[in-house]
Design a protein around this ligand. Structure first.
Ligand code: PLP
Length: 435
């Protein structure tokens, strides 16, 4: 809906900003709090998108706002390379402690998810002295040259932007609903977990491979969730050949799945973990946490950046950790996940369109198909569904290679009443789609 005020901004946006940076809804937001966004027309939206997985602790959480204000009043920027500050080292120490693995770890900060991934790859290459990186089909790691090269989906992320970075290889991801090997879980014995051994024969040598990078649950790829045995198998092969296993937690991490790191659900100890998005409650910040023996190898001055680990962002991240642990927000995330699982299963019973419900905790999705037997992706229907929801006051995003997956990334602080209202809109819109 556009009236005079929002039309004015729409016209300005069209004239002054290129179309490349997409707008997933037509809303111009003037304020947001908890799980509610309000637009310039005073229309309220229940937010199931959380700024694409950034607002796990809610929009403008009072503790995050207070931390930002307090730090901004002291100083906003010195550059960590010029004048160090407590929040960077405290945050690094906390992330080292939280990351799985009983071995010495170190953490460096960057600004965005893509930048964290770039740094993790730089470190892995430097430490192993090998060039190749293996990523996954359906994976998403960002929009810079290297991360776009690691990313799978061609349109809109890669089309026209080549040539791509060399020495990037992509292998199939354990997408059980559409198994790339044509097998069925659990009869398959999760053989995809051993596939890396074959990949070394036909694609790139193990001794040329610096890193394997995987999302614990693919975010943009459709919340594809590997079976319980998968990462243990993958990690074993990586270990055998001295390859760094990088787990990209940019979307799945920082409490989204009911655990701080999503990979904790699989019980492995990655060599490096990247975080961003919800880490700093909306402030730009990312991190790479990894084995000290890898992290400490690159020479002084080889890593970092002007804004990397900005003090206001680091203070916001410390507040986020405080909220997750002291205010028991992780527990709330787990409970929200249980409610969502139950409610999505009910929706699946009712609506033929929902082919599969998957995810972990509050990182849940439904894949929409035209027919449950043929699994033809319901791409147009998904587009219609998200816009019907928007018209009724619910912001919800799609994802997946075919754009046929609807995902939940709502703030964990969402009230029961807001959640009920949001789910009722989703139900109503799914019903309307049948007409
Ligand atoms: N990695 C994953 C798993 C992501 O989901 C994203 C963004 O959606 C990125 C990396 C890139 O993060 P950013 O957009 O902050 O560069």
């Amino acid at each position: 809906m556009t009236t005079n005020i929002s039309q004015h901004y729409h016209d300005m946006r069209k004239e002054n900003i290129p179309p490349g940076p997409a707008n997933l809804t037509p809303a111009f937001i003037k304020k947001a709090s908890g799980a509610i966004m309000t637009d310039v027309e005073d229309r309220e939206y229940i937010d199931f998108a959380g700024g694409i997985g950034v607002n796990n602790v809610g929009h403008s959480h009072p503790k995050v706002v207070a931390a930002i204000k307090e730090q901004a009043e002291k100083f906003i920027h010195t550059c960590f390379h010029v004048g160090m500050y407590d929040s960077y080292v405290e945050l690094a120490a906390k992330l080292n402690e939280l990351a799985p693995g009983d071995f010495p770890k170190q953490t460096m900060m960057a600004n965005s998810g893509a930048e964290a991934v770039e740094n993790a790859v730089k470190i892995a290459r430097y430490a192993t002295k090998r060039p190749a990186v293996i990523s996954f089909e359906n994976g998403f790691h960002g929009r810079t040259l290297l991360t776009m090269s690691l990313t799978s989906k061609v349109k809109p992320y890669k089309f026209g932007f080549g040539p791509f970075a060399p020495e990037v290889y992509r292998m199939p991801y354990p997408y059980c609903y559409r198994c790339p090997f044509g097998l069925k879980y659990p009869d398959c014995n999760t053989s995809c977990g051993d596939y890396l051994e074959d990949f070394f024969i036909t694609n790139v040598a193990a001794e040329s491979t610096a890193a394997v990078i995987a999302e614990p649950i693919q975010g943009e790829g459709g919340f594809v969730t590997p079976p319980p045995e998968y990462f243990k198998k993958l990690s074993k092969v990586c270990k055998k050949y001295g390859i760094a296993l990088i787990i990209d937690e940019v979307q799945a991490g920082a409490g989204r799945t009911g655990k701080f790191f999503a990979i904790e659900h699989w019980g492995i100890e990655p060599d490096m973990i990247t975080l961003a998005k919800s880490l700093a409650g909306g402030m730009p910040l990312s991190s790479v946490t990894g084995r000290k023996e890898l992290m400490e190898v690159p020479h002084i001055g080889g890593l970092g950046g002007t804004y990397s680990g900005n003090p206001v962002s680091c203070s916001a991240a410390l507040a986020v950790l405080d909220i997750l642990y002291k205010d028991k927000m992780l527990e709330r995330s787990r409970k929200l996940g249980e409610t969502l699982q139950k409610r999505f299963a009910e929706l699946q019973e009712k609506h033929e369109l929902i082919g599969e419900v998957r995810g972990k905790g509050a990182m849940l999705a439904m894949e929409l198909v035209k027919d449950r037997e043929t699994k033809v992706p319901a791409t147009e229907e998904t587009k219609k569904l998200t816009s019907l929801c928007f018209e009724k006051g619910l912001v919800i995003l799609s994802c997946g290679n075919f754009g046929n997956v609807v995902r939940t990334l709502m703030p964990v602080v969402i009230t029961d009443e807001q959640l009920d209202r949001g789910l009722a809109i989703l139900d109503e819109s799914l019903t309307e789609l049948r007409k």
